[in-house]
Design a binder for this molecule. Structure first.
Ligand code: NDP
Length: 253
């Protein structure tokens, strides 16, 4: 049995591309009004139009969520526009690979800023609204889905700083789950393996070559496969909470 999202409001970070884009469409298709958060406004505007053409409701909020004030303003704008917030999908992220020896601390900081700090700011700003929605119709339950990674479960050479950010997301998610689940805000982590998105495109040199080879030789997941997982997690009946969902390409060991 799955719950309709009619009458609910979802906020998806990183919805200008990849997994966030697909997840926003999936939640809108199930009846949620969706706030779209990312920096590239043209992409968000195009997605609003696409969702509206399909009969859904969406609203673009351009924001750099590594800036705490912008993250807070994005949540505020969503609640002002739609009156509530039921579902937060913390998806925005960055993966810059490379050895730690001789690595670039500025790149590590950029990953920490979006993968961890942005997620913390959004969660903190959203929680009062999610706790209120969990007491209210139509579902009397609310959801946080944190998009982590297989890199939050398994460490590899050259993934060190990215591994650190995603292992951190897993630990934070489990801690918050224990803190608030009994208040009917469900908190779950979704850990994808390789998905065809723009994620690898920010890398250069030998790291980019390795990523490109992986994608050329592996039948990877599509963003819609992960969006299906997000939709599954947030449409469970009120008494069922999905704490963890690990989705891998069949082709990737
Ligand atoms: P994309 O690069 O396609 O999407 C990343 C999204 O994050 C973009 O929409 C980008 O939008 C947004 N973003 C980045 N920085 C900021 C910021 N400062 N403020 C607001 N939004 C920001 O990659 P994916 O869709 O693959 O990545 C989504 C999540 O999935 C990430 O957390 C990633 O780690 C995770 N993941 C991806 C896997 C894969 O194989 N693709 C595997 C496992 C996990 P904009 O640039 O417009 O701001």
């Amino acid at each position: 049995m799955s719950l309709s999202l009619s009458g609910t409001v979802a906020l998806v970070t990183g919805s200008s591309s990849g997994i966030g884009h697909a997840s926003a469409r999936a939640l809108a298709a199930r009846g949620a009004s969706v706030a779209l958060i990312a920096r590239r406004q043209d992409r968000l505007d195009a997605l609003v139009a696409q969702i509206q053409e399909s009969g859904g409701t969406a609203f673009a909020v351009p924001a750099d969520i590594t800036e705490r004030a912008q993250a807070e303003a994005a949540v505020r704008a969503t609640v002002e526009r739609f009156g509530r917030l039921d579902i937060l999908v913390n998806n925005a992220g960055l993966m810059l690979l490379g050895p730690i020896v001789g690595g670039d601390p500025d790149e590590w900081n950029r990953m920490i800023a979006i993968n961890q700090q942005g997620l913390l700011y959004m969660t903190h700003a959203a929680l009062p609204h999610l706790l209120a929605a969990a007491q209210d119709d139509p579902r009397r339950v609310a959801d946080i889905v944190n998009i982590s990674s297989i890199a939050g479960r398994v460490a590899w050479a050259n993934y060190g700083a990215y591994n650190m950010t995603k292992f951190g997301v897993n630990g934070f998610t489990e801690s918050l789950r224990q803190e608030i689940t009994k208040k009917h805000v469900r908190v779950g982590v979704l850990e994808p393996g390789g998905v065809e998105t723009e994620l690898g495109s920010h890398n250069t040199g030998v790291m980019r070559e390795g990523i490109d080879t992986f994608y050329e030789t592996t039948e990877v997941l599509q963003a819609e496969d992960i969006a299906d997982g997000v939709a599954y997690m947030v449409t469970r009946p009120r008494h069922a909470s999905i704490s963890e969902l690990w989705i891998m390409p069949t082709d990737q060991a």
